[in-house]
Design a protein around this ligand. Structure first.
Ligand code: GDP
Length: 380
């Protein structure tokens, strides 16, 4: 009898323990896989997990691993501006060639200087910068007694470089302090190429072997989070996203929290860019930044501007400059405009440097900006 009871007790214990182990196994299967810290060749179970941020914290929605051999290896950022210089074709034609044609003349009378002025203004260089360039170049040619067209071109190059300002620090501020990731907030009006830019920046960071997390805080545009997730998956970078119409600040918060937990180098946060009312925008962007900064300081606020929008782009720069502390500018679609002078105008408008330029629709067509290379490309 006692033996029978003992056998029953042991059998019950075995069943209970087995069930417990099965429960633990089920739970651990449901846990999120750790994010990759080696984005080029992550383990198959570490690729691009995606989280949904619900009211009760992140909820895993898809951690289907992408095959490692489908991961792309992005091009190194150095030298991209040189590779893409021909994409400035329209600006080269109207601004670069226009200026060189006038300076190539044997005499430069008032009409010639007026032509130079008109060319600069037509390329959206802006009134003050144009005045400055014409005055400086005129003085330089007179004081140095330059009459040779080649020397005049060299003087033009030097003045243009000075206007674009090679002394500005154009590096991406993506280094966090105290073991926390750098946090880059990307802002701008929808349609400017903001989400594309975040995806391309992720590729730049992956090429530099920096582990990266994406935050899809543009919860207002249905396709934005999917679009961003796809960019991330191509290079093994996880995306933290929220429900459509959800709170962008909470997505930003969760993304940075995930970045800290994973020991990521950088968290890139895409934001919604509705310019309906300035105060709405101010509240929303301000909140996203404030909430993120409960986790870690925002190291860079990049404003994306579509170069083809001209004056409109400058107005956007002004509005965003008033609502967030913009630290760098990304000028997209510079391949589609004759108005390359916007680089100069927008820097002056905001008093912050252009850090990247978009020169095409390819995945790696985002180039770190450089004053000398840009002017050389214009005048080539
Ligand atoms: P968002 O609404 O600001 O997030 O804009 P998207 O990232 O969806 O981009 C809008 C469109 O601009 C897409 O078709 C992009 O391919 C295109 N685009 C972005 N950057 C560039 C660029 O540098 N050159 C060109 N030609 N197209 C670009």
């Amino acid at each position: 009898m006692t033996t029978t009871v003992l056998i029953i007790v042991i059998a019950a214990a075995v069943v209970l323990l087995g069930g417990g182990a099965a429960l633990v196994a089920t739970r651990s299967r449901k846990q999120l896989p750790p994010a990759t810290t080696r984005p080029i060749e992550p383990a198959p179970d570490q690729v691009a997990p995606v989280e949904d941020v619900g009211p009760d914290g992140p909820v895993e929605v898809d951690d289907t691993p992408a095959a490692v051999d489908t991961l792309e290896r992005p091009e190194a950022p150095q030298g991209r501006l040189v590779r893409l210089r021909a994409r400035l074709a329209k600006s080269q034609g109207s601004l670069g060639k226009g200026l060189l044609a006038v300076l190539g003349r044997s005499t430069l009378d008032d009409a010639a200087w007026e032509e130079i002025e008109d060319t600069l203004l037509a390329a959206d260089v802006g009134v003050t910068a144009t005045d400055e360039l014409v005055t400086n170049l005129r003085t330089r040619l007179r004081v140095e007694g330059i009459t040779d067209p080649e020397q005049a071109k060299a003087a033009l190059r030097a003045e243009l470089v000075r206007l674009v300002d090679p002394t500005l620090d154009r590096s991406l501020s993506a280094t966090g302090a105290e073991g926390k990731p750098g946090v880059v907030l990307v802002v701008g009006v929808n349609g400017t190429g903001k989400t594309t830019t975040v995806g391309r920046l992720a590729r730049v960071l992956v090429a530099e072997e920096k582990s990266t997390i994406l935050g899809a805080a543009d919860t207002f545009r249905a396709a934005a989070a999917d679009q961003l997730q796809t960019w991330g998956e191509r290079v093994g970078v996880p995306t933290v996203r929220g429900p459509e119409g959800g709170d962008p600040a909470s997505v930003g918060f969760e993304a940075v929290q995930r970045g800290i937990a994973d020991g990521a180098d950088v968290v890139l946060v895409d934001t919604a860019g509705r310019l309906h009312t300035k105060s709405g925008l101010m509240d929303e962007l301000g909140k996203v930044k404030r909430v993120i900064e409960k986790q870690a300081p925002v190291t860079e606020v990049l404003l994306v501007i579509d170069a083809t929008t001209g004056q409109n782009g400058l107005t956007q720069a002004r509005v965003f400059g008033e609502v967030v502390d913009v630290t760098g500018i990304v000028l997209t679609k510079l391949d589609g405009t004759a108005k390359g002078g916007i680089v100069i105008a927008v820097q002056r408008e905001l008093g912050v440097p252009v850090k990247f330029v978009g020169l095409g629709e390819g995945a790696d067509d985002l180039a770190p900006f450089d004053a000398d290379e840009f002017v050389d490309a214009l005048l080539s």
